[in-house]
Design a protein around this ligand. Structure first.
Ligand code: ARG
Ligand code: ZN
Length: 881
């Protein structure tokens, strides 16, 4: 481990900035290696800060060329400047102007933070702290300024010049081959929302009129020649704008809304004011290149970034500890959007799958942290599933607790009270307290401590009194012994052998159950239902009403009743998942209860498919998709043996594929699109494809030969990437010539399509066979692979570490070694991506001893390497603590 540990930033140490910057004028002269930035800053002392304090501007990797204070060069002893900061020891106690000229090299910027070049396009990424790589600044989200940006570049290299806000002027630079554009953003914003783009880009656009009557031009910019792949993203922006008006009363506020797709991007996308910059993976789509999953992700991320315009930009964060204030809230908003655009029930299942796959393990491992962290060493390591996904669940619980109408009123109040400011979680909750008159201080505990809560439930029926009592007990593993109980909304229902029992839930038969929700506020509590004619099956945590683990009193017979009759689709799905999880964990634990139970499950799924498959194929596909290996590992919790988990899951898939074979084959027939049907990415068509492909997966699991034939035929006939890739994925699980031939044909067909080759990399990285580590090493030398491109790294090495548990966790440590080497190779060029990759080691302590030792030694090898970035050092320190 590096000897100096990075300095820790603590929430309790927050104090307002000593200075403010009201206006920023930037003049950026773009050049591949020698970009010049002149920043003119209108500064003044902050009345809320310390009088007479020095002015300390942040910098990172900057070269200072010139400095003037109110038009004069300051005395040399008045200033200290180096690559990482600029200090004025005795700044004026009145408003003053600083003019700072810096130089930077966008081509050498491989960290992809600040101003960099992606495939020849100049672009920026400033969140969380990249603006300090462009000029010296108060790079903190509570310093809000009005920006005017002049961008100048060679006309040939960068005919398109984009900035935040509205364009005000453009022209040529006389006597040169250069031109410029000036952009003005009227609304004050923090530096992390600054952006500029310069490059050769194609454009698609359409007009939009807001509910306030403002004429807006929406545009999407993409690499030349790819404009036809931008139509879906453009449409998604339009639908997002319209939805935010009706769902939240939020209108857009500038004349332009621009989205730019770039091919080298550390994250998914960025909500820069009026100029969203995207990883091209989340913009570009055509039936030939994008799967249904890609279309859904594009829709969700376009919406997410657009919704930030209010939840993030108009109301921003006071400090980075409040990150969930914009991210959790905006994820909640994009989830609601997607639910309205698609099937709410199916989307909820997808949300929970994702939460359980990513957030639950994070919250159970060494990188666990509160939704609002109390400290950090590197903020870029806190863009986590906990901040985003658990943060969204908190907002959802708040809505469940206070009801939809009060929730909307509270959101209106939040936006009205905090518009133009940098807010805190307290400000958010205050708005809901104001409109409901409720005290939310105990609910606020959800933000404070890590760990997934557990709720143990028991039910007892009294036939004489005709009452049914549900008792709840909550515990908070990982939250500390002194953690107070949480406020947990529990969506409830009762189900009988023939269907839902609504009577007992209506008042006065169940006190303290309102609109089907019981609120657990203490460590233990109970609710009694009256007028219950026979012992019911409780439907608990309907729609996953709280992000907890439930210790349920249900046996498989009760679960089958829910699968058949629960009006709550989420709990129908959950019932099937729980049965499958029970069967598989029994096998892993070498218990023999399995067989009869599995047969009953197959029969029940058959009946379910007969009743539901054609009515709601998307939902049926979710029910057929067994819990993942990760879900099983999470359920088992300790001494994890990924090989045993893999075998149990494979065996259950085989059993389903055998038992349901005829049904699955005829469903595939019934759901096939008639020839000539034009492709539609909508939820209904995607749902049909999902069920056909879930059927293919099970058929192939049971009968690899038949599966191979079906997959080959599907690939040959495919008219879209979803079906082609599902065929390839099925083939990839069957070793042999057919697989290799299909893989090479795919690579040839898409040789010039990096985003499609990413799918090809990922499919191979996920092959659960011994040869995969070697295969990946080979693919790292493939001409289409590049360690400098985050999408390539995530596809090949990220998919391996996160979605190939048997091979990443090889007992001989070869999988860990591969990932460790990649982390180290990347750290020098792109620490953010290296650190993210390294989080795959998170669950290492829960492994069985041989793998645990191997994982630990790989982690220690990384941590002991000299000269590590702060990003990787931070993950290493916390992972090993
Ligand atoms: N705010 C962006 C988003 O919505 C994420 C940017 C994170 N960037 C980073 N370097 N940590 O979702
Ligand atoms: Zn976001």
């Amino acid at each position: 481990m590096r000897t100096e540990t990075p300095p820790t930033v603590r929430l309790e140490d927050y104090r307002p900035s000593d200075h403010l910057i009201d206006r920023v004028e930037l003049d950026v002269r773009l050049d591949p290696h020698d970009t010049r930035v002149t920043a003119t800053l209108a500064l003044r002392p902050n009345p809320a800060g310390r009088a007479g304090a020095p002015l300390v501007l942040d910098g990172d990797d900057l070269t200072l060329l010139a400095l003037e204070l109110d038009g004069q060069a300051p005395a040399p002893d008045a200033v200290r400047a180096d690559a990482s900061g600029l200090t004025l020891h005795r700044p004026p106690q009145r408003p003053f102007t600083l003019r700072i000229e810096t130089r930077l090299d966008p081509t050498a910027n491989t960290r992809l933070m600040g101003l960099y070049r992606s495939n020849g396009v100049y672009c920026t990424q400033c969140e969380a702290d990249g603006f300090r790589r462009i000029t010296y600044f108060l790079d903190r989200p509570d310093v809000l300024s009005v920006y005017t940006t002049r961008i100048e570049a060679e006309r040939e290299a960068a005919p398109v010049l984009l900035g935040n806000g509205n364009p005000v002027e453009a022209g040529t630079v006389p006597g040169t081959d250069r031109h410029y554009a000036v952009w003005h953003d009227p609304l004050p914003k923090p530096a992390y929302l600054f952006a500029l783009v310069g490059g050769r880009l194609d454009r698609v656009a359409k007009p939009f009129t807001t509910m306030e009557g403002r004429a807006v031009e929406i545009a999407v910019y993409v690499e030349p020649g790819k404009a036809d792949r931008a139509a879906y993203a453009l449409d998604a922006v339009e639908r997002s704008m319209a939805w935010d008006e009706t769902a939240f009363g939020r209108a857009y506020d500038l004349d332009l809304f621009n989205v730019v797709a770039v091919s080298d991007f550390n994250m998914g996308a960025m909500e820069n004011k009026g100029l969203n910059i995207f990883n091209d993976k989340y913009v570009l789509a055509s039936p030939e290149t994008a799967t249904d999953g890609d279309y859904a992700a594009i829709e969700a991320i376009i919406a997410h970034e657009y919704f930030h315009n209010w939840s993030g930009n108009r109301v921003t964060c006071r400090d980075w500890f409040q990150l969930c204030l914009k991210e959790g809230l905006t994820v909640f908003r994009d989830q609601e959007f997607s639910s309205d655009m698609r099937s709410r029930a199916v989307h909820r299942i997808a949300e929970v799958r994702n939460l359980r796959a990513r957030q639950f393990p994070e919250d159970a491992g060494p990188l666990a942290h509160p939704v609002r962290p109390k400290q950090y060493a590197e903020i870029n390591n806190f863009y986590t599933a906990t901040v985003y996904e658990k943060g969204a669940e908190i907002v959802r619980m708040l809505r469940t607790l206070i009801g939809e109408t009060a929730f909307r009123a509270g959101m209106d109040r939040y936006f009205a009270d905090n518009d133009g400011t940098a807010a805190t979680v307290e400000d958010f909750l205050k708005a809901f307290e104001a409109v409901t008159g409720r005290d939310l201080s105990r609910f606020a505990e959800w933000y404070e401590r890590p760990g997934t809560p557990r709720v143990a439930v028991s039910g007892s029926y009294d036939p004489a009194a005709r009452t049914y009592r549900l008792a709840f007990r909550q515990t908070r593993p990982g939250a500390g012994a002194d953690a107070p109980p949480l406020v947990i909304p529990i969506g409830l229902g009762l189900v009988g052998p023939d269907g839902p029992l609504d009577g007992p839930l209506a008042p006065p038969f169940a006190e303290r159950v309102e609109d089907g929700v019981f609120v657990l506020e203490t460590a233990e509590d109970a609710v009694t239902f009256e007028n219950v004619a026979a012992e019911p099956v409780p439907s608990l945590f309907r729609a996953f009403s709280a992000p907890v683990r439930v210790e349920s009193p249900l046996d498989d017979a009760a679960r089958l009743t829910l699968l058949r009759h629960d009006p709550d689709s989420f709990n129908r799905w959950e019932a099937a998942q729980r049965i499958a999880l029970g069967l598989m964990t029994a096998q892993v634990r070498d218990e023999t209860a399995g067989d009869a139970g599995a047969d009953d499950f197959v029969v029940a799924l058959g009946a379910f498919l007969d009743a539901e498959a054609l009515r709601d194929p998307a939902f049926a596909a979710q029910v057929l998709a067994l819990p993942s290996e990760g879900d099983l590992a999470d359920e088992i919790g300790t001494e994890i043996d990924p090989d045993a988990i893999f075998a149990a899951r494979r065996d259950l898939r085989r059993r389903l594929g055998t038992g349901l074979r005829e049904r699955l084959l005829s469903l595939r027939e019934a759901l096939a699109e008639p020839e000539g049907t034009p492709f539609s990415p909508d939820a209904a068509a995607a749902g049909r494809r999902a069920l056909r492909n879930a059927a293919l997966d099970l058929i192939a699991a049971a009968d690899p030969e038949a599966g191979t034939a079906l997959a080959q035929a599907q690939i040959a006939q495919a008219t879209n990437m979803t079906d082609r890739l599902a065929g390839l994925a099925a083939l990839a699980l069957v070793p042999g010539e057919a697989r290799e031939a299909a893989l090479s044909a795919f690579a040839e067909r898409y040789a010039n399509e990096p985003l499609v080759l990413d799918k090809w990399f990922a499919i191979q990285a996920m092959i659960p066979e011994d040869g995969t580590v070697e295969r990946i090493r080979r693919l790292q030398g493939h001409p289409a692979f590049a360690n400098t491109n985050p999408n390539r790294v995530r596809s090949l090495v990220g998919s391996f570490s996160l979605a190939n548990p048997t091979q990443f966790n090889r007992a001989d440590g070869a999988g860990y070694a591969l990932v460790a080497e990649t982390v180290l190779a990347l750290d020098g060029t792109n620490p953010q991506v290296a650190a993210r990759l390294m989080t795959a080691f998170g669950p290492w302590r829960r492994l069985e001893p041989v793998r645990r030792a191997a994982a630990e030694s790989a982690l220690r090898r990384i941590a002991a390497t000299p000269g590590l970035s702060r990003d990787v050092t931070d993950i290493g320190t916390r992972s090993l603590a």
